[in-house]
Every structure is written in structure tokens, then in C-alpha cells.
Design a protein around this ligand. Sequence first.
Ligand SMILES: [Zn+2]
Length: 73
Amino acid sequence: MIQDETKHPIWCNGCDTDTHIFIEGARNPHWAPAGALDVAYFCAQCHSLYGHLVKESELQGKFAAAIAATRRR
Ligand SMILES: [Zn+2]
């Protein structure tokens, strides 16, 4: 089954929401295009793990803040 494109870059396809998502970390690997982050996150509701490139400019505000916090370390 082909899923529709999600409306947001960070999203749980299992729950069809971003409510239960926690950001594990974000990196800017050398192979990634400029402005893209390799974001790892999981859904506390269905325990799905996700990791993929996200354009920083497309991040939802709450996740942009969470990622900024993880990257300050
Ligand atoms: Zn979920």
C-alpha cells in the first residue's frame, strides 16, 4: 500500500500523528545536502523508530527547538 506523502517531515505513519514523537538526535553528516539534518526519532505510542534526512527549513517549530537543544551538546 502506498502512503500519501506526510504533511510534515517528522511524523509517525503508524499513529498518523506527531504527538508522541521524541527526538533522539540530529546530525549534519558530511554527505547530506546543505540545510538537511539526519534526524533520529521514535514514537512513544507505537514504538516505531525513524531516521531520515529532514530539511531544516521544513521542521515543525516544536521539533526545531528540540533538535536545536540536542545539537548544542
Ligand atoms: Zn506511532
